[in-house]
Write a protein that binds this ligand. Structure first.
Ligand SMILES: C[S@@+](CC[C@H](N)C(=O)[O-])C[C@H]1O[C@@H](n2cnc3c(N)ncnc32)[C@H](O)[C@@H]1O
Length: 268
């Protein structure tokens, strides 16, 4: 029999309640994984993808997943206010915003109620092909205004602001690799709803009904170090307690901490 991981052995002896909750989570996952919002804990995206339940779609890049939570994500949420605060300050000196993981313009719609996001700003949404196809169709049909779409980072404009709201859990590349694909590092980073933990980075699976989506909970220290190495200073950061998550099959890993950051590229 394979040896239990040290953290799990410790949990069994010191926190039996977490062990029992994890065992119930595993049982539910076996009986019907659609009962669980998050299941499994893997060391990489690849491992998480390999563990997707048979018959389920994998990830966001599927036509059936595109409209998932569209109206919900278009609402202005409490956790959007720090982003709006900084955008409001930056907008007068900003021409180009790259909204990575911007879906069908959900935050453009939400912020547009209070910010002049249409003022001669190039608001480019970078997203996966399935989303971008629908986004372009919505533009043609007049259902969306004031944004454009790309699904290839080599088409990305030289952006003043990179907005990454709700992207980083799903991004299947290290953040520095992603940023270095842009024509230039954006002067301002607005990152919201990034899931973090103090232990090693872990990838779980999020349940979308017809699909399971690999969902990354990053080691906070490493992420902050990456920003520093790229030349960014963190100007502001905030916590979003309502978006903290527990992996039901692995409660001993603890609750994630959802955060937001405003970071600015150091002047050379
Ligand atoms: C939870 S939604 C966030 C929507 C919106 N930005 C918000 O804050 O409500 C995550 C978005 O990230 C996109 N996404 C996932 N993986 C991606 C990738 N590798 N590159 C670009 N976008 C990705 C998804 O397609 C989806 O539109």
């Amino acid at each position: 029999m394979s040896k239990l991981p040290a953290t799990l052995q410790q949990t069994i002896s010191t926190r039996p309640i977490l062990f029992v909750r994890g065992a119930i989570g595993h049982l539910l996952a076996l009986l019907r994984s659609s009962y669980l919002r998050h299941r499994g804990a893997y060391a990489s995206f690849g491992e998480a993808v390999a563990a997707v339940r048979p018959g389920a779609l994998v990830g966001y890049d599927n036509d059936e997943v595109v409209m998932h939570s569209f109206e919900y994500m278009s609402e202005l949420k409490l956790e959007d206010y720090p982003v709006m605060f900084w955008l409001d300050r930056l907008l007068p000196s900003v021409d180009v915003i790259l909204d990575a993981g911007g879906h069908l313009g959900t935050k453009h719609r939400a912020f547009g109620r209070h910010l002049e996001v249409d003022r001669a700003i190039n608001w480019t949404i970078y997203d996966l092909s399935a989303i971008v196809r629908v986004g372009r169709r919505f533009l043609e049909e007049g259902k969306l205004l004031g944004v454009s779409f790309i699904d290839d980072l080599s088409d990305a404009p030289d952006a003043d602001v990179l907005l990454a709201s709700g992207l980083l859990q799903y991004l299947d590349a290290p953040f520095d690799v992603f940023l270095k694909k842009l024509p230039a590092l954006p002067r301002h980073l607005l990152i919201n709803k990034i899931q973090t933990r103090e232990g090693p980075t872990v990838v779980t699976l999020e349940n979308f009904g017809c699909a399971e989506i690999p969902y990354q909970i990053r080691n906070r220290t490493e992420f902050v170090a990456t920003l520093g190495e790229l030349g960014y200073d963190i100007i502001d950061e905030w916590l979003i307690p309502s978006l903290s998550r527990t992996i039901q099959t692995h409660p001993h890993l603890g609750r994630s901490v959802s955060r937001g950051y405003y970071a600015r590229l150091r002047e050379i």
